[in-house]
Design a protein around this ligand. Structure first.
Ligand code: T46
Length: 141
């Protein structure tokens, strides 16, 4: 991957190559070249109201790339020490999140469509849904 995940970064914004021409745009994503894991699951989210708050959890192992294919939304990210907000509105970018990052996402535009590439199958045991437990697990990671 040509954009290494910096030490101390809680996320990485991946810039994907756009194959654009007079007909429009195309982005192709290849595991290993454009993001650093093999995809075992894909899911997508749309039709979410502006002030809904999704997420409110972290993952123990899961890595994901989150793409905002249309519209926009805000991701609030927290590594247990710091909190930051990432605004997603570019279908040629991917938000790469490793494990142990608390995420909440909100402020969905009416046309927002998110697509997520995930490194593992769905496993509820991988979720940390309690913020106090998240802080405890991060401190002992
Ligand atoms: C994440 C953010 C960005 C499944 O059955 N399979 C799945 O693969 C997923 C992702 C969800 N579900 C079920 C579990 C719940 O009954 O779908 C329902 C909604 O899931 P959840 O409340 O976890 O959705 P979000 O939008 O809060 O979080 C999701 C992902 O779960 C999470 O990994 O990082 O999107």
């Amino acid at each position: 991957m040509h954009q290494p995940y910096g030490t101390g970064s809680m996320y990485q914004l991946l810039d994907f190559k756009i194959h654009g021409d007079l007909r429009g745009n195309l982005v192709a994503l290849e595991a290993g070249a454009d993001f650093p894991f093999a995809v075992k699951r894909v899911y997508y989210i749309w039709g979410t109201s502006y002030d809904a708050i999704r997420g409110k959890h972290a993952h123990r192992q899961l890595e994901q790339v989150i793409l905002c294919l249309a519209g926009s939304c805000d991701f609030v990210l927290d590594d247990g020490c710091r909190r930051t907000v990432v605004h997603l509105d570019n279908p040629a970018q991917g938000l790469y999140l490793r494990h142990n990052i608390w995420r909440e996402f909100t402020h969905f535009s009416a046309d927002c469509v998110l697509m997520v590439l995930a490194s593992e199958h769905y496993d509820e045991a991988d979720y940390i849904r309690d913020y106090a437990l998240f802080l405890h697990e991060v401190a002992h990671d």
